[in-house]
Design a binder for this molecule. Sequence first.
Ligand code: C2E
Ligand code: MG
Ligand code: MG
Ligand code: MG
Length: 291
Amino acid sequence: SAKNAGRDGFAFFTPAMHEEAETQAMLHQEMRFAVSDNQLELHYQPIKHLDSGNITHVEALIRWHNPQRGLVRPDLFIPLAEKTGLIREIGHWVREEALAMINRMQQYGIQLSVAVNISTAEFYDRELAQKIVQQVQDAGVPRGSLMVEITESLLIRNQQETLNFLQTLQAAGIRVALDDFGTGFSSLSYLAAFPADKLKIDRSFVHQMSSDSRKQALVDTIITLGHSLNMTIIAEGVEEEADEILLRARACDSIQGYFLARPMTETMLLNFLLDYPDDIREPARHNPLPV
Ligand code: C2E
Ligand code: MG
Ligand code: MG
Ligand code: MG
């Protein structure tokens, strides 16, 4: 307001906004060295196929160990990296690290795909798809072992480019998931035009759905819609067993969430996988050894 204008010339900067801008500027400064100083790390969260009980893949989720601030969550620094363009360098690093991880898992006899998130802001690079395909080839990982997650906002922004992007990736055997589905503003006609392989129902619909019939109705509709478009459906944010049971009854294909496992370090994931009873349909039930 006019009352805030004057003295120091910051006409519409409240103290809080000023502080926020300062924090952002500082974070940006600090983030410039995050990649080269090895401050970034990937955590991994498993995705379980409901019918077989198998872990089909993991999602890579970035973490930043800021020397002053400790662990910074991606919701805070990814938007900033998007604004400053640093997201390209970070995105490249994430894929390199995920591909190296796929190779390390192979050494343990674990054949698992890894999904990486791709920011809409990375698409200002028109050669992104070719670069990703090249990264995968250079890493020498099995075909199909890297997957990517994009959001609806991409579909709205550059339709022809998005289509080219998807086709280039899919020709190289890289599957694509539509992340956070239901939170964007894409019309259904976009879905018809963009052949993604998987659809991830945003956790806002899944959270506490067992006690919310409206959420259940929406989840039902999304599952039916996705299946009719030949997509595999993953429910995000499954925190309770009741949700898993409901999703299973509704023919949802896979689940991801704290009920199964939180995102974890590579070492924790390897232990989780080596312990995981992949030949058992129901959650771990340890039969006593015969005496
Ligand atoms: P996302 O891709 O939708 O990832 C899922 C988020 O939900 C993760 O948050 C995960 O920790 C969280 N989550 C998983 N299960 C549950 C649950 O049962 N309950 C609740 N409440 N949350 C759950 P995270 O790791 O903080 O990441 C947040 C977002 O940051 C991601 O959302 C993604 O959009 C972005 N992000 C993460 N890593 C990267 C990355 O490497 N590159 C880019 N561009 N974005 C990333
Ligand atoms: Mg994701
Ligand atoms: Mg998501
Ligand atoms: Mg999200």
